[in-house]
Design a protein around this ligand. Structure first.
Ligand SMILES: *Cc1c(COP(=O)(O)O)cnc(C)c1O
Length: 391
């Protein structure tokens, strides 16, 4: 049987919640989406939540709401899913990458400070920075926020991995140190709506803008209209928006999943500490946890040391896969993709990101993963060491 790297956890209550919507009057644009938005924003202590059909859409709308356009620069980390930087390209902006911290693998505030200092001299400061909370562990947001005040950029937290985590004792998504935070509800993430995402913010204007943009740029609010209402049918398109709406079936699944969010995160922590102890005798670096952070543990990434392991990263990866253990690598540095190579990043290479990429391996981690499966994963990681002692 295959052991995937992540998978959803669906209960009977989740199924019943979706069926209840299917039997109701509204499959979309009904009352359940706003209820899900309240559920998420209350949980993470932000004022507004804007539900959309994916985190990718949420990132796109967040960039647009912050006015990102041609001629602007957006910076993010190279160790992320391509969506974190594609959002800027959708808006016609340029993307650049800030190297990572070797302990957290998140965007390094020191590397960011250094890059900002030279960008200020060259007149190439970014309009927006997108820190990504890799594996569910928050970036050092206080430091990044302090730099935003000094250099005048805005912040979108890509918290796709991080719902249920906290930073300095407060929930990720409260936007204390950012303008907007976005979440993903893809089935491999912490909680799921099938496909889905949400942008959270404390800024009324940003929320209103994202609400319009997810539905064609249309408003029904007289306060946002350019002329008085012409009748009860009246609406105006005041921006060029999209159809990025979430359905009520998805929102119902999200609300139901949220009941178990804290339990999921607790289970992920228990599984992570089991891995930590099982891997004590294995020459790998286990995930380092910043004292300011309580991770949601979306991913459990180890750094393998090929010399001591007597096997290359690729050999370990292939060996685990050949035993049905679907390890993964999060992520290939974004600038290495051909599209980025041919769009301004032909020679981009960041030393810490490259080193991370050459050693990283994501082990399976999801609620429902069993102790014997974790032992099996670790046994197969160690097996050439076993042979070493025999022969
Ligand atoms: C999954 C993910 C996304 C995109 O999420 P979707 O909901 O699939 O669009 C964006 N950023 C990061 C870091 C992700 O892991």
């Amino acid at each position: 049987m295959l052991i995937p790297y992540g998978r959803q956890n669906i209960s009977q209550a989740d199924i019943d919640a979706v069926i209840a919507v299917l039997r109701s009057d509204f499959l979309t644009q009904g009352p359940v989406v706003p209820e899900f938005e309240r559920t998420v924003s209350e949980y993470c202590k932000s004022k507004y939540g804007v539900a959309v059909n994916s985190a990718t859409s949420a990132l796109h709308l967040a960039c647009l709401a912050l006015g990102v356009g041609p001629g602007d620069r957006v910076w993010t980390t190279p160790i992320t899913f391509v969506a974190s930087s594609n959002c800027a390209l959708y808006c016609g902006a340029e993307v650049d990458f800030v190297d990572i911290d070797p302990r957290t693998y998140n965007m390094s505030p020191a590397a960011l400070a250094a890059k900002l200092e030279s960008a200020e001299k060259n007149g190439t400061l970014p309009k927006v920075v997108v820190p990504v909370h890799l594996c569910g562990q928050s970036c050092e947001m206080e430091a990044i926020h302090a730099l935003s005040l000094q250099y005048g950029f805005r912040i979108i937290e890509d918290a796709s991995h991080a719902i249920g985590g906290s930073y300095k004792g407060e929930p990720i998504g409260n936007c204390r140190f950012s303008d907007i935070a976005i979440f993903s509800f893809h089935p491999v993430k912490i909680v799921t709506t099938g496909e889905g995402g949400m942008a959270v913010t404390n800024d009324h204007e940003l929320a209103a803008s994202m609400q319009r943009l997810r539905s064609h740029g249309i408003t029904r609010d007289p306060a946002e209209m350019t002329t008085p209402s012409e009748g009860p049918w009246f609406y105006q398109q005041i921006d060029l928006g999209f159809n990025y709406r979430m359905t009520d079936m998805q929102a119902a699944l999200g609300i139901s999943q949220f009941q178990r969010l804290d339990e999921f995160v607790k289970q992920r922590h228990a599984l992570a500490s089991s891995y930590n102890s099982l891997l004590e005798s294995c020459p790998v670096t286990v995930p380092w946890q910043h004292p300011d952070c309580h991770s949601s543990f979306h991913l459990y990434v180890v750094q393998i040391h090929p010399a001591e392991m007597k096997a290359s990263q690729r050999e370990v990866f292939e060996r685990l896969r050949s035993h049905g253990i679907m390890v993964n690598l999060h992520y290939i540095p974004v600038y290495r993709h051909p599209y980025y190579r041919s769009h301004g990043h032909a020679t981009t290479s960041l030393p810490e990101a490259e080193r991370y990429y050459s050693q990283a391996l994501t082990l399976p981690l999801y609620p429902g993963l069993e102790a014997h499966q974790q032992r099996e994963v670790v046994e197969h990681m160690k097996s050439p060491l076993g042979h070493q002692t025999i022969f």
